[in-house]
Write a protein that binds this ligand. Structure first.
Ligand code: SAM
Length: 177
């Protein structure tokens, strides 16, 4: 079976997009992937280390904007978008104390849902293996389950026999006729 992030990439790969947002840049793997399927990519992180690592990874691309800012402020840089990834948690091989926080993550997701274009897709990779992640997952689940089903499809991809494994929530903004 593919990993959670491979699952996300494989779903995104099925289409081409204008604007993509990587809400949690980290080491840049999702940013690099998005640069191949979208015309323009905006990528956010609060750590300079993430920008430095990502800059090295994407040196051959010319459609990526790396931004040192917290993701709930993404709308200061880009508004409407077609595809986005939140890959929560901390920087692998970095400081594990610097992690996404439940309240600001929720704020960012709410804004992202508002600015997502119709037919656009948002993917949330949620980690519950640490305390802040557990809190984050509860807040996120409560919010996404409340989204109006006329405007949004919300789906879950989860290991059923490994309860602490990361899982994926996919949100699609439906085209209304
Ligand atoms: N997408 C990354 C990749 O492909 O390598 C992995 C992301 S990593 C699991 C999570 C990242 O979120 C960390 O680099 C962390 O610094 C970042 N982060 C934490 N809080 C953030 C916030 N408020 N806004 C943006 N990024 C944040």
């Amino acid at each position: 079976m593919e990993t959670m992030i491979e699952y996300v990439h494989n779903r995104i790969k099925r289409k081409d997009y204008q604007i993509a947002i990587d809400f949690t840049m980290g080491n840049g793997h999702d940013t690099l992937f998005l640069s191949k399927v979208a015309k323009q990519v905006y990528s956010f992180d609060i750590q300079q280390e993430a920008l430095n690592n990502t800059k090295k990874l994407i040196e051959d691309t010319d459609n990526v904007n790396l931004i040192l800012a917290s993701h709930e402020n993404f709308d200061c840089y880009v508004k409407n978008f077609d595809v986005g990834i939140f890959n929560f948690g901390y920087l692998p091989n970095g400081d594990h104390q610097i992690t996404t926080m439940a309240d600001s993550s929720l704020q960012a997701i709410k804004k992202a849902v508002e600015y997502l274009n119709r037919k656009g897709e948002l993917f949330l990779v949620v980690y519950i293996g640490h305390d802040e992640g557990k809190k984050e997952s509860l807040l996120i689940e409560e919010y996404v389950a409340s989204l109006d089903h006329i405007s949004y499809n919300v789906a879950l991809f989860k290991m059923m026999n490994k309860l602490s494994a990361p899982y994926v929530i996919q949100i699609e903004k439906r085209q209304l006729y």
